[in-house]
Design a protein around this ligand. Structure first.
Ligand SMILES: O=P(O)(O)OP(=O)(O)OP(=O)(O)OC[C@H]1O[C@@H](n2cnc3c(O)ncnc32)[C@H](O)[C@@H]1O
Ligand SMILES: [Mg+2]
Length: 214
Protein backbone atom coordinates (compact mmCIF):
# COMPACT_ATOMS: atom_id res chain seq x y z
CA UNK A 1 0.00 0.00 0.00
CA UNK A 2 1.30 3.48 -0.78
CA UNK A 3 1.03 6.43 1.60
CA UNK A 4 1.73 6.73 5.32
CA UNK A 5 1.63 3.55 7.43
CA UNK A 6 1.03 2.63 11.08
CA UNK A 7 3.83 0.82 12.91
CA UNK A 8 4.03 -0.73 16.40
CA UNK A 9 4.74 2.01 18.94
CA UNK A 10 2.99 4.71 16.91
CA UNK A 11 0.31 6.82 18.56
CA UNK A 12 -3.22 6.37 17.19
CA UNK A 13 -6.09 8.60 18.24
CA UNK A 14 -9.35 6.70 18.60
CA UNK A 15 -11.66 9.43 17.36
CA UNK A 16 -14.85 8.68 19.26
CA UNK A 17 -16.54 9.96 22.42
CA UNK A 18 -18.70 6.83 22.80
CA UNK A 19 -17.56 4.75 25.81
CA UNK A 20 -19.00 1.53 24.37
CA UNK A 21 -17.07 1.95 21.13
CA UNK A 22 -13.91 2.90 23.05
CA UNK A 23 -14.09 -0.33 25.08
CA UNK A 24 -14.50 -2.35 21.88
CA UNK A 25 -11.59 -0.58 20.13
CA UNK A 26 -9.38 -1.09 23.19
CA UNK A 27 -10.06 -4.88 22.93
CA UNK A 28 -9.59 -5.00 19.19
CA UNK A 29 -6.40 -2.88 19.11
CA UNK A 30 -4.75 -4.58 22.10
CA UNK A 31 -2.66 -7.16 20.16
CA UNK A 32 -1.04 -4.61 17.85
CA UNK A 33 1.28 -2.60 20.12
CA UNK A 34 0.06 0.89 19.18
CA UNK A 35 -0.16 3.66 21.76
CA UNK A 36 -3.80 4.62 21.75
CA UNK A 37 -5.43 7.73 23.12
CA UNK A 38 -9.07 8.74 22.78
CA UNK A 39 -10.36 12.04 21.43
CA UNK A 40 -11.86 12.71 24.88
CA UNK A 41 -8.54 12.14 26.67
CA UNK A 42 -6.97 14.73 24.35
CA UNK A 43 -9.77 17.17 25.19
CA UNK A 44 -10.92 17.30 21.57
CA UNK A 45 -14.49 18.51 21.00
CA UNK A 46 -17.14 16.37 19.28
CA UNK A 47 -17.38 17.76 15.74
CA UNK A 48 -20.91 18.27 14.33
CA UNK A 49 -21.81 15.21 12.24
CA UNK A 50 -23.37 17.04 9.32
CA UNK A 51 -22.90 14.28 6.72
CA UNK A 52 -25.69 12.18 5.24
CA UNK A 53 -23.63 8.98 4.88
CA UNK A 54 -21.54 6.90 7.30
CA UNK A 55 -18.48 7.68 5.15
CA UNK A 56 -19.01 11.44 5.39
CA UNK A 57 -19.45 11.42 9.15
CA UNK A 58 -16.51 9.04 9.67
CA UNK A 59 -14.40 11.46 7.60
CA UNK A 60 -15.49 14.48 9.65
CA UNK A 61 -14.55 12.77 12.93
CA UNK A 62 -11.21 11.28 11.82
CA UNK A 63 -9.99 14.38 9.97
CA UNK A 64 -10.91 16.65 12.89
CA UNK A 65 -8.97 14.44 15.34
CA UNK A 66 -5.92 13.98 13.07
CA UNK A 67 -5.74 17.71 12.29
CA UNK A 68 -6.12 18.82 15.91
CA UNK A 69 -3.72 16.23 17.39
CA UNK A 70 -1.08 15.80 14.69
CA UNK A 71 -1.44 12.00 15.02
CA UNK A 72 -3.19 9.46 12.79
CA UNK A 73 -6.80 9.03 13.89
CA UNK A 74 -9.30 6.21 13.55
CA UNK A 75 -13.00 7.07 13.65
CA UNK A 76 -16.12 4.92 13.53
CA UNK A 77 -19.45 6.06 12.17
CA UNK A 78 -22.08 3.44 12.65
CA UNK A 79 -25.76 2.79 13.04
CA UNK A 80 -28.74 0.50 12.86
CA UNK A 81 -30.56 0.34 9.50
CA UNK A 82 -34.05 -1.18 9.72
CA UNK A 83 -35.52 -2.45 6.43
CA UNK A 84 -39.19 -1.81 7.30
CA UNK A 85 -38.25 1.78 8.23
CA UNK A 86 -36.48 2.49 4.92
CA UNK A 87 -33.08 2.23 6.60
CA UNK A 88 -33.85 4.43 9.62
CA UNK A 89 -32.43 5.32 12.08
CA UNK A 90 -29.23 4.78 10.01
CA UNK A 91 -26.82 7.72 10.25
CA UNK A 92 -29.21 9.27 12.79
CA UNK A 93 -28.95 6.33 15.24
CA UNK A 94 -27.28 8.44 17.94
CA UNK A 95 -29.80 11.30 17.46
CA UNK A 96 -32.75 9.01 18.22
CA UNK A 97 -31.44 8.69 21.77
CA UNK A 98 -31.60 12.46 22.32
CA UNK A 99 -29.10 14.66 24.13
CA UNK A 100 -29.35 12.51 27.26
CA UNK A 101 -28.33 9.42 25.23
CA UNK A 102 -31.36 7.43 26.34
CA UNK A 103 -31.20 4.25 24.27
CA UNK A 104 -34.23 2.71 26.02
CA UNK A 105 -36.16 5.54 24.40
CA UNK A 106 -34.39 5.07 21.05
CA UNK A 107 -35.22 1.33 21.06
CA UNK A 108 -38.84 2.06 22.02
CA UNK A 109 -39.02 4.49 19.12
CA UNK A 110 -37.79 1.78 16.72
CA UNK A 111 -40.37 -0.63 18.14
CA UNK A 112 -43.23 1.88 17.86
CA UNK A 113 -42.35 2.56 14.23
CA UNK A 114 -42.16 -1.19 13.52
CA UNK A 115 -45.63 -1.60 15.07
CA UNK A 116 -46.99 1.24 12.91
CA UNK A 117 -45.47 -0.48 9.87
CA UNK A 118 -47.21 -3.73 11.03
CA UNK A 119 -43.80 -5.43 11.09
CA UNK A 120 -44.64 -8.31 13.40
CA UNK A 121 -43.02 -11.49 12.06
CA UNK A 122 -39.22 -11.89 12.33
CA UNK A 123 -39.03 -11.78 8.50
CA UNK A 124 -40.59 -8.31 8.58
CA UNK A 125 -38.20 -7.08 11.27
CA UNK A 126 -34.85 -7.44 9.52
CA UNK A 127 -32.03 -4.92 9.54
CA UNK A 128 -28.31 -4.50 9.88
CA UNK A 129 -25.68 -2.75 11.88
CA UNK A 130 -23.19 -0.84 9.70
CA UNK A 131 -19.81 0.57 10.73
CA UNK A 132 -17.48 2.64 8.57
CA UNK A 133 -14.00 3.22 9.95
CA UNK A 134 -11.92 6.10 8.61
CA UNK A 135 -8.17 6.16 9.19
CA UNK A 136 -6.98 9.72 8.61
CA UNK A 137 -3.39 10.98 8.69
CA UNK A 138 -2.45 14.57 9.55
CA UNK A 139 -1.08 15.00 6.00
CA UNK A 140 -4.56 14.41 4.55
CA UNK A 141 -4.41 10.72 3.51
CA UNK A 142 -7.62 8.76 4.35
CA UNK A 143 -8.55 5.11 4.08
CA UNK A 144 -11.93 3.45 4.78
CA UNK A 145 -13.09 0.06 6.05
CA UNK A 146 -16.76 -0.99 6.19
CA UNK A 147 -18.44 -3.82 8.10
CA UNK A 148 -22.09 -4.93 8.26
CA UNK A 149 -23.99 -7.60 10.17
CA UNK A 150 -27.51 -8.74 9.30
CA UNK A 151 -30.05 -9.48 11.99
CA UNK A 152 -33.58 -9.24 13.38
CA UNK A 153 -35.04 -6.64 15.76
CA UNK A 154 -36.55 -8.31 18.83
CA UNK A 155 -38.98 -6.93 21.42
CA UNK A 156 -38.66 -6.64 24.37
CA UNK A 157 -34.92 -5.87 24.44
CA UNK A 158 -32.79 -8.71 25.84
CA UNK A 159 -29.60 -8.42 27.90
CA UNK A 160 -27.65 -5.67 29.58
CA UNK A 161 -24.17 -6.13 28.07
CA UNK A 162 -22.88 -3.80 25.36
CA UNK A 163 -24.40 -0.43 24.50
CA UNK A 164 -26.81 1.43 22.25
CA UNK A 165 -29.24 -0.79 20.36
CA UNK A 166 -27.44 -4.06 21.29
CA UNK A 167 -30.32 -5.52 23.38
CA UNK A 168 -32.71 -5.31 20.39
CA UNK A 169 -30.39 -6.85 17.81
CA UNK A 170 -30.34 -10.59 17.20
CA UNK A 171 -27.56 -11.33 14.69
CA UNK A 172 -28.44 -13.81 11.96
CA UNK A 173 -27.64 -17.42 12.88
CA UNK A 174 -27.43 -16.66 16.62
CA UNK A 175 -29.81 -17.19 19.54
CA UNK A 176 -28.60 -14.39 21.77
CA UNK A 177 -28.83 -10.65 21.13
CA UNK A 178 -25.68 -8.50 21.18
CA UNK A 179 -26.95 -7.35 24.61
CA UNK A 180 -26.66 -10.94 25.86
CA UNK A 181 -23.18 -11.59 24.39
CA UNK A 182 -19.80 -11.07 26.01
CA UNK A 183 -17.58 -8.56 24.21
CA UNK A 184 -15.49 -11.40 22.75
CA UNK A 185 -18.58 -13.14 21.44
CA UNK A 186 -19.94 -9.94 19.88
CA UNK A 187 -16.59 -9.29 18.17
CA UNK A 188 -16.30 -12.93 17.03
CA UNK A 189 -12.75 -11.99 16.11
CA UNK A 190 -9.22 -12.21 17.44
CA UNK A 191 -5.85 -11.31 15.93
CA UNK A 192 -4.91 -13.63 13.09
CA UNK A 193 -8.53 -14.37 12.15
CA UNK A 194 -10.14 -12.96 9.07
CA UNK A 195 -13.76 -13.62 10.09
CA UNK A 196 -15.69 -11.64 12.67
CA UNK A 197 -19.29 -11.15 13.83
CA UNK A 198 -20.13 -7.55 14.70
CA UNK A 199 -20.14 -4.78 12.11
CA UNK A 200 -17.33 -3.04 14.00
CA UNK A 201 -15.17 -6.18 14.29
CA UNK A 202 -15.77 -6.96 10.58
CA UNK A 203 -14.62 -3.47 9.60
CA UNK A 204 -11.74 -3.74 12.07
CA UNK A 205 -10.61 -7.09 10.62
CA UNK A 206 -10.26 -5.39 7.20
CA UNK A 207 -8.44 -2.45 8.82
CA UNK A 208 -6.08 -4.80 10.70
CA UNK A 209 -5.31 -6.89 7.61
CA UNK A 210 -4.54 -3.79 5.53
CA UNK A 211 -2.90 -1.50 8.06
CA UNK A 212 -1.43 -3.55 10.89
CA UNK A 213 0.35 -6.47 9.16
CA UNK A 214 3.86 -6.31 7.65
O1 LIG B 1 -19.67 9.79 17.04
P1 LIG B 1 -18.96 9.06 18.15
O2 LIG B 1 -18.23 9.96 19.08
O3 LIG B 1 -18.10 7.94 17.65
O4 LIG B 1 -20.08 8.33 19.08
P2 LIG B 1 -21.63 8.17 18.72
O5 LIG B 1 -22.26 7.38 19.81
O6 LIG B 1 -22.23 9.52 18.43
O7 LIG B 1 -21.59 7.29 17.42
P3 LIG B 1 -22.25 7.53 15.99
O8 LIG B 1 -22.32 8.98 15.69
O9 LIG B 1 -21.50 6.64 15.05
O10 LIG B 1 -23.72 7.00 16.18
C1 LIG B 1 -23.99 5.64 16.07
C2 LIG B 1 -25.00 5.16 17.10
O11 LIG B 1 -25.42 3.85 16.65
C3 LIG B 1 -25.43 2.95 17.71
N1 LIG B 1 -24.50 1.84 17.51
C4 LIG B 1 -23.39 1.81 16.72
N2 LIG B 1 -22.72 0.65 16.89
C5 LIG B 1 -23.42 -0.05 17.81
C6 LIG B 1 -23.21 -1.29 18.42
O12 LIG B 1 -22.14 -2.03 18.19
N3 LIG B 1 -24.13 -1.70 19.30
C7 LIG B 1 -25.20 -0.95 19.60
N4 LIG B 1 -25.45 0.24 19.10
C8 LIG B 1 -24.57 0.71 18.20
C9 LIG B 1 -24.94 3.67 18.95
O13 LIG B 1 -25.99 3.89 19.77
C10 LIG B 1 -24.35 4.97 18.44
O14 LIG B 1 -24.62 6.02 19.33
MG1 LIG C 1 -21.63 10.62 16.85
Amino acid sequence: MSGPRLSPGDTLVVATHNKGKLREFADLLKPFGLKTVSAGELGLPEPPETGTTFEENATIKAVAAATASGYPALSDDSGLCVDALDGEPGVYSADWAGSDKDFSRAMRNVEEKLQLAKAVSPEARTGRFVAVLCLAFPGGERRYYRGEVEGTLVWPPRGTIGFGYDPMFLPEGHERTFGEMSADEKHGWSAGRTDALSHRARAFALFAAAELQD
